[in-house]
Design a protein around this ligand. Structure first.
Ligand SMILES: *Cc1c(COP(=O)(O)O)cnc(C)c1O
Ligand code: SF4
Length: 458
């Protein structure tokens, strides 16, 4: 096929940064052993959903002898059956006859718009107003925590196939959100003294070099912001590019910046996204995480539960155990939300609870700082605590880990058991006519039943 580049193995085992994109899909899927028709279908999916991977993931993380079933391969590569078969066949047809670029882009755009890119206007729902103007690139949903999306941090070292932020990575300008005007963000934070935690998120903020990252973090340490107790960075860089903290030219500068946050009397929480225990195995990760921890930063870990990637309890028990061994603190297991490749990666809530509790039972108490499975839904973070038979009825026992309305945090409630339910919107209240968050919020929350798009999972 014309225009397809050959991929040569990287002699240094992927330690030097090299990015691969949709242009390299055919050669990489050939390496995974896919036949011609399937490779074409994967390329078709790759016109709709973002694809980006680097030499470290390719050479050190993926087990090519197990590809295409290898979980790390599945973590980053599009799959032929991720999108409706009709859409894939149509775009594959265009690719096969080398249709004009414009025609392919238009078809891809049309499929994207059907993928629920920003369910129920979520883009607008959590953006605060400041001086009667919206503050773009900021989300303030829970009183104590503000999320900041730096404009130069809206990409990642590699993309997860399941990412709910997929809309930010494709070339659809109106689907992006990011902050440019930092001084307004700082003014907002100065006025909002209820904010104790600022979470820098993306994309992956660690895609930014130390100098740029410093522009976003240093102002948080200035006078007038003493109410900020912690700075969090949501990142998958420890999994996708640990060199960022070891051998990159600005690795040491970055660590000095972390030290500065700690020296200011705040906690620097590095919220590390690990999807699979394999990502913790390389010596580089051990070195990177001990260098981060040596700054006084705390590494907390989180990931979504994803069908065919990490949907078994042994995987989670191994992951949490290794994380604690490495001095990390397990934090969240998330439920995959319904945007992008709908249903493809979803694990039903009942199964998710089974996997979580089975893994939780196997690990030592130090791992049990983890919470989940948790859905980041419009009213807040809803945790599935268990399945119980109460008064002759089988129910889900749930509670809110986070809520727009702080009075609801921690409050237990019930929903009718449904083995197929995959999201809060599939559930119906039990022993009540409404869920607790419906009573107060129903009126001013038009998108009550929609999942949340932007959430710190990087
Ligand atoms: C999860 C989340 C937070 C942080 O919640 P914690 O429970 O403090 O980790 C903040 N804002 C949004 C929008 C979130 O989804
Ligand atoms: S889940 Fe995080 S690291 Fe993965 S593609 Fe999305 S934003 Fe990037």
């Amino acid at each position: 096929m014309s225009g397809i580049r050959q991929i040569e193995p990287v002699p240094d085992g992927g330690r030097r940064f090299r990015a691969y994109n949709a242009k390299h899909l055919d050669a990489l899927t050939a390496r995974a052993g896919l036949g011609e028709a399937e490779r074409l279908a994967v390329r078709a999916v790759g016109t709709v959903l973002p694809f980006r991977v680097n030499a470290y993931v390719i050479e050190e993380l993926i087990d090519w002898t197990a590809a295409p079933d290898d979980p790390v391969y599945r973590l980053v590569f599009p799959q032929a059956d991720m999108l409706p078969a009709g859409d894939v066949a149509r775009i594959a047809g265009l690719l096969a006859r080398s249709a004009p670029e414009q025609e392919i882009t238009a078809a891809a755009h049309e499929v994207r718009m059907r993928l629920n890119p920003h369910p129920a206007g979520q883009l607008a729902l959590n953006i605060p107003d400041f001086d009667d103007e919206p503050l773009p690139g900021v989300q303030h949903k829970y009183p104590e925590t503000v999320l900041v999306f730096p404009k130069p941090g809206q990409t990642c070292h590699a993309y997860c196939a399941y990412c709910f932020r997929w809309a930010q990575f494709v070339d659809e300008p109106e689907l992006k959100m990011a902050t440019a005007d930092l001084s307004r963000v700082m003014d907002y934070l100065r006025q909002h003294r209820e904010v104790t935690s600022v979470l820098i998120t993306g994309g992956d903020p660690m895609i930014m070099g130390a100098t740029v990252l410093r522009r976003y973090i240093e102002p948080l340490l200035e006078p007038g912001l003493e109410h900020i107790e912690s700075v969090r960075i949501g990142s998958k860089s420890l999994a996708y590019w640990p060199q960022r903290f070891v051998s990159d030219p600005d690795a040491d500068d970055t660590l000095r910046l972390f030290e500065q946050v700690v020296a200011s009397g705040r906690s620097l929480a590095f919220m590390a996204h690990f999807s699979h225990p394999r990502e913790l195995e390389s010596a580089l990760v051990a070195e990177a995480s001990s260098r981060i921890r040596a700054t006084g930063a705390v590494i907390r870990t989180q990931a979504p539960l994803i069908r065919t990637i990490n949907d078994d309890s042994a995987t989670w028990a191994a992951m949490w155990g290794t994380q604690v061994r490495m001095g990390m603190v397990p934090y969240y297991m998330f439920v995959e939300r319904d945007t992008g490749p709908q249903d493809y990666f979803a694990v039903p809530l009942a199964a998710a609870h089974g996997i979580f509790s089975d893994a939780y039972r196997q690990v030592a108490g130090l791992c049990r700082t983890v919470r989940g499975p948790s859905m980041s839904a419009t009213p807040g973070k809803v945790c599935v605590d268990g399945i119980a038979d109460v008064a002759g009825q089988r129910v889900f026992v749930l509670h809110m880990i986070q809520a727009r309305d702080p009075d609801l945090v921690g409050k237990p409630f019930f929903a009718g058991y449904d083995p197929d339910a995959t999201w809060l919107t599939d559930l119906r209240p039990a022993f009540a006519t409404r869920f607790p968050f419906e009573a107060d919020d129903a009126e001013d929350l038009p998108g009550l039943w929609s999942p949340e798009v932007f959430e710190p999972a990087s």
